[in-house]
Design a protein around this ligand. Structure first.
Ligand SMILES: [Zn+2]
Ligand SMILES: [Zn+2]
Length: 358
């Protein structure tokens, strides 16, 4: 971990205005993934995994939707496109591939044509080798509660859409790093992905511990009404713009509740549906958020208040020049611009996990 990212102080200290929320404070670790070259020994998003050479690489055996989303692309093509974009500046001539890249692209296109020539239905490859999504070492993310002697969490997914909810299928592995001897040097890769947003860009992490409060939808009706009481905000002397007088709860949701972006623990984001508890299929325990896989590290407009202090200027710029996507460093996009939450059993993390798009 060589770099630091710091969430700016919240514009209002929430418990000073609403002491009732203090018992609901939860720690979370924002991961702050940024493009880089993580090694198998690093915590990462989309980086190489510390995977034992003697252990079969996980594959997805699901029946895949045999419908091309229209955005399906080979991983080669996704990466080439990104390479081109990253070197491009506004005003430059259109970027061009090197001869080597052009050959790669041609080969990928020929393979795709071959598959299409086979005629409908176009089966997705099966079984599909999974793609690394995140690798988190306990030493970097002390909030993790691994089972037994494990100190490493590895999350992978199948980059095709799966029912229900049309989302990648996730797999979660806990292991002890010390028990990994020979490392699998070249893991198999899926040939293509249903969306480029299912191919995480390799990122290094700058974990930061923060305190979160619930999404307003997670609060009781009484607490929700309390957030809507403008007099409470004023009586506490909170410096909140009067444009929020009609909807002060919005101010809470935007700036004070749960943080956007990739994170471990904390409170889950909601919005697609009302919150509903997730229960462990093995023991019935109410599950807790393990990892949030986010399409955005922060939103535009006032949502930029969550952009790290070190990057406020870039966040304000907001341009996509030079192929930079300040709020989308991982290039992951789930749902449209939603989040995928991974839940785990709090008493037995080895019990089957579950996931959810919100
Ligand atoms: Zn699959
Ligand atoms: Zn359980």
């Amino acid at each position: 971990m060589v770099f630091v990212r710091t969430t700016p102080p919240r514009p209002v200290q929430v418990t000073a205005v609403f002491p009732e929320l203090a018992p609901l404070a939860r720690p979370a670790i924002r991961l702050h993934p940024r493009p880089g070259s993580p090694s198998v020994r690093d915590s990462s998003v989309g980086g190489p995994l510390l995977w034992p050479a003697g252990e079969p690489w996980p594959h997805c055996e699901d029946v895949h939707l045999h419908v091309d989303t229209g955005f399906r692309e080979s991983l080669t093509e996704v990466r080439l496109q990104r390479r081109l974009q990253s070197g491009w500046r506004p005003g430059d001539r259109p970027p061009a591939y090197t001869a080597e890249e052009a050959a790669l692209k041609e080969r990928a296109a020929a393979q795709l044509a071959e598959r299409l020539d086979a005629g409908p239905p176009w089966p997705a490859e099966c079984p599909v080798p999974l793609l690394p999504v995140a690798q988190l070492f306990l030493r970097d993310i002390p909030l993790l509660r691994p089972p037994g002697q494990a100190d490493l969490l590895q999350v992978l997914w199948c980059p095709y859409e799966h029912e229900p909810d049309c989302k990648p299928a996730t797999a979660v592995f806990w292991r002890s790093a010390a028990e990994v001897g020979d490392i699998l040097a070249i893991p198999p890769e899926p040939y293509e992905a249903d969306y480029p947003g299912y191919v995480p860009e390799p990122c290094v992490l700058a974990p930061e511990t923060i305190t979160e409060y619930p999404n307003s939808l997670d609060l009781s009706p009484e607490l929700q009404r309390m957030l809507e009481d403008w007099n409470r905000w004023q009586a506490a002397g909170a410096c909140v713009d009067s444009s929020y007088a009609q909807y002060p709860r919005e101010f809470y949701s935007l700036h004070l509740g749960n943080a956007p972006g990739w994170k471990v623990g904390g409170w889950p984001p909601w919005g697609r549906t009302d919150p509903y508890p997730r229960h462990c299929a093995a023991c019935g325990e109410q599950m807790v958020p393990l990892l949030t896989i986010a399409s955005r590290e922060w939103d535009g407009g006032e949502g930029r208040s969550w952009a790290p202090q070190e990057e406020q200027a870039t966040a304000l710029d907001g341009s996509r020049g030079r192929g930079q996507y300040p709020s989308q460093p991982t290039r992951v996009e789930v749902g449209s611009t939603d989040n995928m939450q991974i839940y785990v059993c709090p008493t037995a993390p080895e019990h089957p996990h579950t996931d959810l798009i919100q």
